[in-house]
Ligand binder design. Structure first.
Ligand SMILES: O=C(O)CCC(=O)C(=O)O
Ligand SMILES: [Fe+2]
Length: 214
């Protein structure tokens, strides 16, 4: 099972496990993938300010670049059958689709992000070359005014590339798991209703295997 997940992650960048997993089954899957960094209950919560707790749309992004693999478990699906899917795009062909000049610029362009639950900011490059591949780190809300013309053009080309990629929408049913390579796949979702019961558990995983597999 573990090997099948790693092989599928290396090939496809994501894996949708459609079995009816229990919470402890989900836990076992997560633990088999590496070291668990943190766990978050993704559902509407008016007392919290992060986007994952709100009904508004979440643009396509990568989570923290410290996270190799993200695994979501569906506790409760949206009560509306047509709502609550998560969207994914794959960046496997980025190197072929962006100019070398843009790639160089994006390797030097840092996005500043706040480490969750702290007031500490760190910066991470949009593209980082690791083991013959690019790790991608992008989130629209981390963009700031004041980029040079060259940087702005590289960012525009990157976003056009994202927009041109086929979008895969997965609406998880309770007991299902979706696992993604966070350096390769961007995720996001459309808005949900203010009354949505949708509840996913998200686990951030540091996975040495994911790098070997790539
Ligand atoms: O609600 C979702 O489908 C994804 C939310 C998200 O960006 C995350 O869990 O990191
Ligand atoms: Fe996210």
């Amino acid at each position: 099972m573990n090997q099948e997940i790693l092989d599928t992650l290396a090939r496809e960048g994501y894996f949708h496990l459609t079995g009816n997993y229990s919470q402890s089954g989900y836990n076992e899957v997560c633990k088999a993938l590496g070291y668990l960094i943190s766990r978050l209950e993704v559902r509407l919560d008016k007392s919290k300010r992060q986007l994952v707790f709100k009904a508004e749309p979440i643009g396509l992004h990568n989570d923290s670049p410290d996270v190799d693999v993200i695994a979501w478990y569906c506790v409760t699906a949206d009560q509306d059958q047509g709502q609550g899917a998560t969207d994914f795009i794959d960046t496997i062909d980025l190197e072929l689709r962006l100019s070398k000049e843009d790639q160089v610029v994006l390797c030097g362009l840092k996005l500043h992000r706040r480490i969750r639950d702290t007031e500490t900011f760190v910066s991470s490059a949009v593209l980082e070359r690791v083991g013959g591949h690019y790790k991608v780190f992008f989130a629209p809300w981390l963009l700031r005014p004041g980029y040079s013309a060259e940087e702005q053009s590289a960012l525009d080309n990157l976003r056009n590339y994202f927009d041109s990629q086929p979008k895969k929408s997965i609406r998880m049913n309770p007991g299902e798991i979706v696992i993604v390579d966070n350096h390769r796949i961007l995720h996001g979702r459309s808005s949900i209703s203010e009354e949505s019961q949708r509840h996913l558990t998200r686990t951030w995983i540091k996975s040495p295997c994911s790098k070997e597999a790539r």
